[in-house]
Design a protein around this ligand. Structure first.
Ligand SMILES: [Zn+2]
Ligand SMILES: [Zn+2]
Ligand SMILES: [Zn+2]
Length: 319
């Protein structure tokens, strides 16, 4: 009898030990204090200032470099595994990689890069992974199928593939990527854009606590079969295309050839959002002509009372 009681007590002990272990394991898996997002750049593909711009928007920036802005990009880093991921590889890649991976306390390794599309501000930073620069070893580069084919079949990008500097991962097949031991999930979705060389995607990035959107380039909200207002309601943070403030902003160019939702249009479309939902929206990918880049412009001062936000280079969000 005694041994039966002892066996029962032992079994109960094992059960309690196992269940408490499960609890602590799941706490680890859902504890995301270690994950953070950093905004690495907020400018349109060509940066701020833009090459050869002689207008007021850029004049002072050629001498006052402190006001310059890097090309739109987000980074996520995980203090638990010391790994980091980039969203888009821009012409400012080297400074952005430094900003992402070297903090005062920790050094992070670049684990992967998610690309949105084949316009100059979004993938040409890959050149820094090649033989002339980092000579990287099989960094994961996540792309949609057409973008993957473009990189594989066009130099100099094809050399990054043949030398094994990058390891292309097809997002068309897997759709959702799980990272950081399952604490971070990334899903691409197609958006309408000038797709000369590749598809264009935005990303939905999810942790146990936060969901965020990254849509740096889209032609017009009305050309998309998804309701952006509804989508904003579902997430915690939304980094959205804020390329141009209004029509006519680029003098002497037909802006219908380079469509984006004007910020004026987005503000109007999203004006009925609750104050909480408005505050989730951070406009990013601002063209050098966008008056919101100038903190002394009347548009900037007016924007301050709309309840929406501008993405700020270097800002950090706990995920
Ligand atoms: Zn762009
Ligand atoms: Zn300019
Ligand atoms: Zn683009």
């Amino acid at each position: 009898m005694k041994w039966i009681i002892q066996a029962l007590l032992f079994a109960i002990f094992i059960l309690i030990a196992c269940s408490s272990k499960q609890v602590s394991t799941s706490q680890v898996l859902t504890s995301d204090q270690d994950l953070e997002l950093i905004v690495l750049g907020i400018a349109q593909d060509a940066g701020y200032p833009q090459a050869n711009c002689k207008k007021d928007c850029c004049t002072t920036l050629w001498t006052d470099k402190s006001q310059r802005k890097m090309v739109s990009s987000l980074g996520i880093r995980d203090a638990k595994t010391n790994k980091a991921w980039l969203f888009d590889a821009t012409p400012d890649f080297k400074d952005q990689l430094q900003l992402l991976t070297r903090t005062s306390g920790t050094q992070y390794d670049l684990e992967g890069i998610f690309l949105t599309h084949a316009h100059m501000g979004h993938y040409t930073g890959l050149m820094h992974l090649g033989r002339e620069a980092m000579g990287a070893d099989a960094v994961d580069v996540f792309t949609m199928p057409r973008m993957k084919d473009y990189l594989e079949t066009n130099g100099p990008w094809s050399q990054l593939v043949s030398l094994g500097n990058i390891d292309l991962k097809d997002l068309g097949a897997t759709r959702e990527i799980s990272l950081a031991e399952g604490r971070l999930r990334v899903r691409p979705f197609l958006v309408p854009h000038r797709d000369e060389f590749s598809e264009t995607v935005g990303y939905r990035i999810e942790t146990a606590h936060k969901t965020l959107l990254f849509i740096p380039d889209i032609d017009k909200w009305s050309k998309w079969d998804t309701d952006i207002a509804q989508l904003i309601a579902e997430v915690d943070l939304a980094f959205l295309d804020g390329t141009f403030y209004r029509n006519g902003e680029i003098w002497g160019r037909d802006m219908s050839q380079i469509p984006h939702p004007f910020i004026e249009e987005s503000l109007s479309l999203l004006q009925t959002l609750s104050p909480e939902d408005k505050a989730k929206v951070h406009f990013i990918h601002l063209n050098h002509t966008n008056p919101l880049l100038n903190t002394e412009s009347p548009e900037y001062l007016e924007f301050g009372s709309t309840g929406f936000e501008l993405a700020v280079e270097g800002s950090i969000f706990s995920l």
